[in-house]
Design a protein around this ligand. Structure first.
Ligand SMILES: *Cc1c(COP(=O)(O)O)cnc(C)c1O
Length: 394
């Protein structure tokens, strides 16, 4: 049967670009935790950490109250401080570079590859100097960055890699799962991400020294471990050894995370199917550019970005965005190049230009993609895009 012939009512509510999927098991897991003795700092945290570490194939994991806090902790653990430079991509969410500034460091933006929209290792190499301390690559849209080349650069120049994998839990590169690249990997569990804990984040690492620093930073910089203390005045004694924060995750969040992790592979499979359907629908429409994948990358499809080539349409991306919104398709734009933000412009970034990131930004629209989308939702998106193409094509 031709899916296009199914007639159904016009959408009456906005289809968001991303959304969580919680089932009865997830809700049950949180309820059981609410009835237990611990609603924070209990056994669910370690269970969740173990589960994500095992999934990613790494030794250590530290859960945080959100992904941004996790990135902040990673910058602390990497020893980022005043005067240090950290290279990252402009095509990302604010947190990827804000975390460097929290530590007094300076983010340096390296332009993206115009095909994958990920940070270009050649542009990274150009930015490395004696002040460079770390690289924060971001797996934009769920497609891993060129981690093999970035690892090589980091090795050659003694840099730390903090892998921002907020989009790419479940993805792989060169047959290797995301989580094992670089020194530390950050996952986010915001509701639009791959699995959710409401708010939540995690750092996974294979390095024991970084693991210890992350634990310290998450909990006020304090330790109760007698083996690590300078003094020990008795069994009540604790010691503050660094200026840390309260960045802990609750038991409720961790219990939800444990339950959600069981669904991760299924969620990723659904996202891949939706991406394939979109590719098939849009690949041959002049003026539309579907997402291209690096040969080594296996995306987890956090986002599906469709680019609209301006020379093919009578109106710009703004009008196309509004037209799709009017048809109740909750398109979004990911991302405004970070250095264009007023705060950045006022703090030394006014002269920064990354031409590929800017050209990309002018034409990009993210379509709805999340595992709970129905066949009808997907068909609504495809029809709405076709309608808008017909209306505005030259
Ligand atoms: C979501 C996101 C973060 C931050 O995660 P939160 O859990 O929302 O704090 C960091 N980097 C990128 C690329 C993200 O998309």
């Amino acid at each position: 049967m031709d899916e296009n012939n199914i007639s159904r009512p016009v959408r009456t509510s906005l289809l968001p670009y991303g959304k969580q999927w919680l089932d009865d098991n997830d809700i049950q897991a949180v309820l059981e935790t609410l009835h237990s003795d611990f609603i924070t700092q209990g056994p669910q945290i370690e269970r969740f950490e173990r589960k994500v570490a095992d999934y990613a194939g790494v030794q250590y994991a530290v859960a945080f109250c959100n992904g941004t806090a996790a990135l902040h902790a990673a910058c602390y653990a990497a020893g980022i401080g005043e005067g240090d430079e950290v290279i990252t991509t402009p095509n990302t969410f604010l947190a990827s570079s804000n975390c460097v500034m929290y530590m007094g460091g300076k983010p340096v933006f390296a332009d993206i590859n115009p095909i994958t929209y990920n940070i270009d290792p050649d542009r990274v190499a150009e930015q490395i100097n004696e002040r460079t301390k770390a690289i924060i690559p971001v797996d934009f849209s769920g497609q891993p960055a060129e981690m093999d080349r970035l690892e090589m650069l980091a090795r050659d120049h003694g840099l730390t890699i903090i892998h921002d994998a907020a989009h790419s839990l479940g993805a792989s590169y060169g047959g290797r799962k995301v989580g094992t690249f670089g020194d530390m990997t950050m996952f986010s569990f915001h509701p639009v991400k791959l699995v959710t804990t409401g708010e939540g984040g995690m750092i996974v690492t294979n390095r024991a020294d970084l693991y210890e620093k992350l634990l310290l930073f998450r909990n006020h910089g304090m330790t109760r471990d007698p083996g690590k203390m300078e003094y020990n005045e008795g069994s009540w004694y604790y010691e503050m050894q660094a200026l840390g924060y309260n960045y802990r995750m609750t038991e409720l969040q961790a219990a939800l995370g444990v339950s959600q992790m069981d669904k991760l592979d299924g969620f990723v499979a659904s996202r891949r199917k939706i991406a394939k359907k979109y590719d098939r629908a849009f690949d041959n429409i002049p003026g539309l550019v579907t997402p291209r994948q690096h040969a080594e990358a296996e995306s987890s499809w956090h986002l599906y970005v469709l680019r609209w080539e301006p020379q093919h349409f009578k109106v710009g991306r703004k009008e196309i965005f509004e037209a799709l919104r009017e048809l109740q398709i909750g398109v979004q734009v990911h991302y405004i190049p970070v250095y264009k933000q007023p705060y950045y412009r006022a703090n030394g970034f006014a002269g920064v230009h990354c031409p590929n990131a800017e050209a990309y930004y002018e034409t990009a629209l993210s379509l709805p993609i999340f595992p709970k989308m129905t066949k009808e939702d997907i068909q609504d998106v495809i029809e709405a895009v076709n309608t808008v193409v017909q209306r505005y094509k030259i």
